[in-house]
Design a protein around this ligand. Structure first.
Ligand SMILES: NC(=O)c1ccc[n+]([C@@H]2O[C@H](COP(=O)([O-])OP(=O)(O)OC[C@H]3O[C@@H](n4cnc5c(N)ncnc54)[C@H](O)[C@@H]3O)[C@@H](O)[C@H]2O)c1
Length: 254
């Protein structure tokens, strides 16, 4: 495991208990990184870390609420204490809110989406940056969405937070280019995860109802996003910063 393109690096993924985050933590570990898996769901985060360790990698599962500053700081410190300064960070956690039109949306729903999807990324980046300065550089990967570019009725809070993340990544890129820190967004289209299972009832229904909206003709798989995250984390992407990597089966091209 130690000979991959992320060998020797310390990485961290939020929202790593399942779906895209878990697949990315696994891919980072396969490429030789030590990985911190942070999630609200401590049990599943630890299970994910155990599976990586059983496969010969090194990992730590840790409870973290990305919307809570003290929790983010504690979790990032725990990963750095275990493995050393962090140079790869994927701010990936997002909350699931029910579809509702803006005129009917409660302030509570709006604030919930902002607190996790946007403030959570701000806090994750805020505490990752000093780690990366200590490490001599790094790559911040922010999971946005094709919904950062195209809109869907009923998804106002989600679309607004994801659009904002594209700008946040650009600012981080400009503020820290001199410290060898890159920041980019990674924007998936519909990916077959528990998130879509919950939205559509189950994954078969999600594939049936939403797969055909993607010109490739299907939903994506978490691994197809994880490999893009490996690219962004690696030195292969050394000339890429302040940008968005859209992997959406052609969804936003329509
Ligand atoms: N699945 C898709 O179709 C799709 C499409 C575009 C973008 N995305 C984005 O990709 C990312 C991952 O998506 P997914 O489908 O794997 O999601 P998911 O809902 O399956 O998993 C999200 C994870 O985040 C965790 N989480 C939620 N709130 C948290 C908090 N406050 N603190 C820490 N962890 C928290 C959950 O416990 C869960 O493990 C999200 O940012 C999502 O918006 C997903």
């Amino acid at each position: 495991m130690a000979e991959g393109i992320l060998a020797g690096k310390v990485a961290l993924v939020t929202g790593a208990a399942q779906g895209i985050g878990l697949a990315t933590a696994q891919a980072f570990a396969e490429e030789g990184a030590s990985v911190g898996l942070l999630d609200l769901n401590e049990g599943l985060a630890k299970e994910g870390a155990d599976a990586i360790m059983a496969a010969g990698g090194s990992a730590l599962g840790y409870r973290c609420d990305v919307g809570n500053e003290a929790s983010v700081k504690t979790a990032i410190d725990a990963v750095a204490d275990a493995f050393g300064p962090i140079s790869v960070g994927m701010a990936n956690a997002a909350t699931l809110t029910q579809p509702v039109a803006i005129a009917d949306m409660t302030l509570e729903t709006w604030n919930q989406a902002l607190s996790v999807n946007l403030t959570g990324v701000f806090l994750t980046a805020k505490y990752l940056i000093p780690q990366m300065i200590t490490a001599g550089g790094g790559s911040i990967i922010i999971t946005a969405s094709q919904m950062a570019r195209v809109a869907t009725p009923g998804r106002g809070a989600y679309c607004a937070t994801k659009g904002a993340l594209l700008q946040l990544a650009k600012v981080i890129a400009l503020e820290h280019s001199g410290q060898n820190i890159r920041a980019n967004t990674l924007s998936p289209g519909g990916i077959a995860t528990d998130r879509l299972a919950k939205q559509f009832g189950d994954l078969d229904a999600a594939e049936r109802e939403w797969g055909p909206a993607h010109p490739i003709g299907r939903l994506g798989q978490p691994r197809e996003i994880a490999r893009a995250a490996v690219y962004l984390a690696s030195d292969d992407a050394r000339f890429m910063t302040g940008s968005d990597l859209l992997i959406d089966g052609g969804y936003a091209a329509q």
